[in-house]
Write a protein that binds this ligand. Structure first.
Ligand code: FEO
Length: 402
């Protein structure tokens, strides 16, 4: 008995793996698990597009075996060398003994650096190269820095099927394989989380790629990413492309994220009053306590936020360590959030808020106010917190007039 391949088009199958259990994907909290998608094309040259993360190679080979003897595979394509898609190349090559493995020009080098000798030389394909499989043709399109230097798309010309590797994917483990079997709200939320955490830094490249694809005149009947469901409702996919356009252009809304951690609830109390002031000022407030929110949950909230308000107690002359973690992560993603403010409680030295201001400055986030208090906030401090919230709201509304 083997796990099954899922047909997605005539002679084309999904043969990936479902990772129901993963909750930490290199620091990104994957609340709903993920999938590592791989695709099998049956043609004169039987072709496998991508492999799976280490530990899932048996699932991949079983699904392939439900259609054909894996040793009949002629070609393997690596669209992207990150280990969740290429980490089992060596094992799969050993099991399949393919005639050729293809990767982009950069991918040829990157695969060697990652995995050493995979048992076969890797053949590099240039941007625009067309590979005949028999009745079908694969056209390759480089997508450098989306999101790795070696990333590329593989487009199955006759089927108008795009293998888009990480682009348009999402970390979502489901028994369903297609977008039209799932609600749009779920797809949009999971895609937005994925974009915020994986792609935000590369937004300039996204904008260029969307232009390049539009200029190519390519049309799509199906888009098959490396994570999550396959897009076959092209009206929905069009809406997702619009979302990518919006997210890459950093279209902001009147929303402030309040990010804080607390030792003895004083900084938490301040956060409540700041949130109240922001809401009273007519701006949406999303409060993210780091005791119960992961850094990637915060990043997801940041995708369209116009303000970031950060609070920390001072612990041993420093910000609380969880703030350093979350702010380092957010800084790397380069959200470019325009409005900032800081707050926090301290015992006797009080360096926390000053260090928060340094973080925000390094994120090009202009700090418009600060409230700090010794030990616990009194009524005057809480009034100042509410006023700070009102100031943040006013600044957001000034930047985003209706
Ligand atoms: Fe899903 Fe960039 O690997």
């Amino acid at each position: 008995m083997t796990l099954s391949a899922i047909p997605i088009a005539p002679d084309i199958y999904w043969v990936g793996a479902i990772d129901w259990a993963v909750r930490n994907f290199h620091g990104y909290t994957t609340h709903r698990g993920t999938t590592y998608n791989a695709y099998l094309i049956i043609d004169k040259k039987i072709t496998l597009v991508d492999t799976v993360k280490k530990g899932f190679e048996h699932e991949l080979l079983e699904r392939i075996a439900s259609v054909i003897d894996p040793s009949k595979i002629d070609y393997i394509i690596s669209d992207h060398s990150e280990p969740d898609h290429s980490g089992t190349l060596r094992e799969v090559v050993a099991a399949v003994k393919p005639e050729k493995v293809f990767a982009s020009v950069v991918g040829q080098k990157t695969l060697a650096r990652h995995f050493g000798d995979i048992g076969i030389p890797v053949t590099a394909v240039k941007d625009g190269y067309k590979l005949s499989l028999g009745k079908r043709t694969i056209a390759f399109m480089e997508t450098r820095m989306l999101h790795w230097p070696d990333s590329m798309f593989s487009y199955l010309v006759e089927d108008q099927l795009l293998f888009s590797q990480d682009a348009f994917g999402m970390h979502l483990a489901t028994a369903e394989r297609f977008d039209d079997e799932l609600s749009w709200d779920l797809l949009e939320r999971m895609s937005s989380d994925y974009y915020a955490n994986i792609i935000t830094l590369y937004s300039p490249q996204v904008a260029k790629l969307l232009e390049k694809v539009a200029a190519s005149g390519l049309s799509f009947k199906m888009v098959a990413p490396d994570h999550g469901p396959i897009w076959r409702d092209m009206a929905r996919f069009g809406k997702m492309v619009e979302n990518y356009g919006k997210w890459s252009a950093r279209e902001l809304v009147r929303k402030a994220v309040i990010l804080y951690d607390t030792m003895w609830h004083a900084t938490e109390e301040m956060a409540r009053y700041i949130a109240d002031g922001i809401v009273a000022g007519g701006v949406k407030a999303e409060v993210m306590p780091l005791g119960s929110s992961s850094r990637s949950d915060v990043a997801s909230m940041m995708i369209d936020a116009a303000a970031l308000v950060v609070g920390s107690p001072t612990l041993n002359n420093n910000v609380y360590p969880s703030l350093a973690d979350a702010l380092t992560y957010l800084r790397g993603l380069k959200f470019g959030t325009p409005v900032g403010a800081v707050f926090g409680s301290y015992g006797w030295s009080g360096e926390g808020t000053a260090q928060l201001k340094e973080y925000l400055a390094s994120m090009n986030c202009a700090v418009i106010g600060e409230v700090k208090t010794q030990y616990v906030p009194d009524a005057g401090t809480l009034t100042a917190c509410r006023d700070l919230g009102m100031q943040v709201a006013a600044k957001v509304k000034e930047l985003l007039p209706e």
